[in-house]
Write a new protein. Structure first.
Length: 194
């Protein structure tokens, strides 16, 4: 019985490894297929790197048909095995900032400025925040901005201006305002700005 259980566990791990293949699944199908690509890669990175990456690319090309054949169970359980390991870290950092009369009260993932953080991190609200930060004309921007303005007016009586900004930048911390929404007293009309 123990041998059967061990075989079943090993089979499950094998299936999950083939379906996801951590660190290799992000490689493109045509990576280092042509001789010219291999020579260019060798000039840039050396012979050892060429052989290592070519072996990983070949393994990935051999794995893909098998992964597609045995990975059909995933939708049934509403799961998907993918590791998507960061090779160099995320390329773009996007953050939302909220200012009340020029004072910063909220910045994404900043414990010093965490006004309503629990609401913005809620699993149903977080996708709306991410879309608002990513797209200047997001469909949900008016509703989310109106929500932010109403809550800020309640929490900061006498406020005259609320600024909801999207900042984009690199991993080094250099960010730049990409777009924003401003609301000012007394009518609190939402205005999109760059």
């Amino acid at each position: 019985m123990n041998a059967l259980k061990a075989m079943a566990i090993a089979l499950v791990y094998w299936v999950l490894l083939i379906v996801s293949m951590p660190g290799v699944s992000f490689l493109k199908k045509n990576l280092l297929l042509s001789h010219a690509d291999q020579q260019r890669f060798e000039r840039r990175h050396g012979r050892i790197a060429l052989h290592t990456v070519a072996a990983a690319a070949d393994l990935n090309r051999a794995r893909r048909p098998l992964a597609e054949a045995i990975g059909g169970f995933q939708p049934l359980f509403r799961v998907r095995q993918s590791w998507h390991l960061y090779r160099d870290g995320p390329r773009m950092i996007r953050r939302m900032e909220i200012r009340v009369d020029g004072d910063l009260i909220y910045r994404s993932n900043d414990p010093k400025f965490s006004w309503n953080e629990a609401i913005f991190r809620h699993r149903r609200i977080r996708p709306m925040v991410e879309t608002l930060v990513k797209k200047p004309k997001a469909k949900n921007r008016v509703g989310l901005a109106r929500f932010i303005v109403n809550h800020a007016k309640e929490d900061f009586p006498g406020v005259q201006r609320i600024d909801i900004s999207s900042f984009w930048g690199d991993r080094k911390g250099k960010t730049k305002r990409h777009h924003r929404i401003i609301a000012e007293a007394p009518n609190w009309t939402l205005q999109d700005q760059k």
